[in-house]
Design a protein around this ligand. Structure first.
Ligand SMILES: O=C(O)C(=O)C[C@H](O)[C@H](O)COP(=O)(O)O
Length: 213
């Protein structure tokens, strides 16, 4: 029997927390992913901000089956094509250009465009993307912005990302139109560089526990 793959909205809803990972070298990808998974954080956004990003995401997909790994900082049609080529689960973008939305539709990938205004949200929704990343969440107005957008766009669902501190996550998740929250704080670059995997697991475990406290 084949299992229907969960939609990206459902994936986000289950994950609640999505670490935004900017991986300096491919060697750290697998231990970093294992450290997060050990702490109960499974949905991982690997940004294309470093040259190692694509290979790092592919290595995680290959070697850490418990992780749901996708790309972040997806800006072009070529970036979109990588998701299929590398066998990844989803892609996030900080933005929502018409060309990028069309590329994601053509490639039939699970795609979460970034929006920071009502017009960008309208553009994304007009192409069928009702789950979006509010980016940069804090700078666009944070929870106030999410509430304001919830008026005219009650069906939109958000993964706010950008400038959200660990202590604010629970407040964001309490908003009815928020399915998950993204952030880089789950994997501080100093700990990644030092290979301090135990600290990353501990932080992830505590963060997940706090969501249910
Ligand atoms: O590169 C991308 O595609 C992005 O969307 C940027 C990330 O969402 C932010 O870098 C989140 O980082 P913090 O604000 O440190 O939590």
């Amino acid at each position: 029997m084949t299992e229907t793959a969960p939609s990206v909205t459902e994936m986000l809803r289950r994950a609640r927390l999505v670490p935004v990972l900017t991986i300096p070298s491919v060697e750290v990808a697998v231990p970093l992913a294992r450290a997060l998974v050990a702490g109960g954080v499974r949905m991982l956004e690997v940004t294309l901000r470093t040259p190692a990003g694509a290979d790092a995401a592919a290595a995680i997909a290959r070697e850490v089956p418990e992780a749901l790994v996708g790309l972040g900082t997806v800006l072009t049609r070529e970036d979109v094509a990588l998701v299929r080529k590398l066998g990844l689960r989803f892609a996030f973008s900080p933005g929502a250009t018409p060309a990028l939305l069309d590329a994601a539709l053509d490639a039939r990938i699970a795609f979460v465009p970034g929006v920071g205004t009502a017009s960008e949200l309208m553009l994304a929704m007009s192409r069928g993307f009702a789950t979006v990343k509010l980016f940069p969440a804090k700078q666009t107005g944070g929870i106030g912005m999410l509430r304001a957008l919830g008026g005219p766009f009650p069906e939109a669902r958000f993964c706010p990302t950008g400038g959200i501190a660990e202590g604010e996550v629970k407040d964001y998740l309490a908003e009815p139109n928020v399915v998950a929250v993204g952030g880089s704080w789950l994997a501080p670059s100093a700990e990644v560089k030092a290979g301090n995997w135990a600290a990353i697991t501990e932080r992830a475990r505590n963060a997940m526990a706090r969501l249910d406290a």
